[in-house]
Design a protein around this ligand. Structure first.
Ligand SMILES: NC(=O)c1ccc[n+]([C@@H]2O[C@H](COP(=O)([O-])OP(=O)(O)OC[C@H]3O[C@@H](n4cnc5c(N)ncnc54)[C@H](OP(=O)(O)O)[C@@H]3O)[C@@H](O)[C@H]2O)c1
Length: 241
């Protein structure tokens, strides 16, 4: 047994997929873990299996989200690591505004409230680590789900802004922007999927990036190549794809 004090983490959006697998990995690595989501039955199941603290809330309700995160942190006895794995997006061929709005409410409004809460908490504490699961989809616009790509671009940009703020304020906060390609979860809705990783492999890669305090990581690693292509492709060609 290590004599080091047990570290504490909250994963927002851990009822399924990448967040759930990260909860398992962190528990195996001696973290005391708090998990959140809207599906209470799944949270209760995970609590039984992995002895974690749970909190049920919708991040679209930002006031409740912040209150619940504060309570969960007290239950854990502190916080060292905050991971945001909650996300929403759907194919939107007819540009149904309710889909676009739900995406913005979750991935922009909810994300901003949660990440801002974590920044303030860690700044006061004088240390901490914020990890956000954005997406390779945040690098360029996307016809199938325009608000999804745009919301992920917002997250990428916002996290970079907070990292610069932390440096200016000497807040001593670490940041990791995780940009997955396709991962085999309910969120992978494209009908043209390739290089699909398991959520277990994605969680293992993300854990590795957390321990190395990587600033940006593509999951899996080969998606770095696609990212490079996406960044280089001229707009006049990209928009015809
Ligand atoms: N899978 C992929 O191919 C892929 C690729 C790139 C990026 N990502 C990103 O990876 C992250 C994790 O997604 P995943 O693939 O693991 O899919 P997932 O299994 O659907 O997980 C999404 C998680 O977000 C939570 N969530 C969604 N809306 C929420 C809300 N309004 N309030 C609170 N929690 C909410 C869900 O919990 P409840 O439903 O219980 O609330 C669930 O735990 C997302 O940000 C996604 O955009 C995924």
């Amino acid at each position: 047994m290590s004599n080091l004090p047990q570290k504490r983490a909250i994963i927002v959006g851990a009822t399924s997929g990448i967040g759930k697998e990260l909860a398992i990995v962190l528990t195996q690595n001696n973290f005391l873990v708090g998990i959140t989501g809207r599906r209470k039955a799944l949270l209760d199941e995970l609590q039984q299996l992995y002895n974690c603290e749970v909190s049920c809330f919708d991040i679209k309700d930002t006031a409740t989200a912040i209150m619940q995160l504060t309570i969960l942190t007290q239950q854990l006895g502190g916080l060292d690591l905050l991971i945001i794995s909650s996300g929403y997006g759907d194919n939107n061929p007819d540009l149904d505004n309710s889909i676009e709005q739900s995406t913005i409410d979750t991935n922009v409004t909810g994300f901003t409230a949660v990440v801002g809460w974590a920044y303030t908490y860690f700044k006061q504490q004088g240390r901490g680590h914020i990890v956000n699961i954005s997406s390779i989809g945040g690098l360029r616009g996307g016809a199938a789900a325009p608000s999804y790509g745009a919301s992920k671009a917002y997250q990428i940009n916002y996290l970079e802004g907070l990292q610069q703020k932390s440096n200016r304020q000497k807040a001593n906060i670490r940041f990791t922007d995780v940009r997955p390609g396709f991962v085999d979860t309910a969120m992978a809705k494209s009908d043209k999927k390739f290089w699909v990783s398991s959520p277990q492999k994605a969680a293992a890669d993300i854990w590795n990036a957390i321990t190395k305090q990587r600033q940006v990581v593509y999951v899996t690693k080969r998606w770095e190549f696609i990212a490079l292509l996406l960044k280089l492709l001229p707009r006049k060609w990209y928009v015809k794809l």
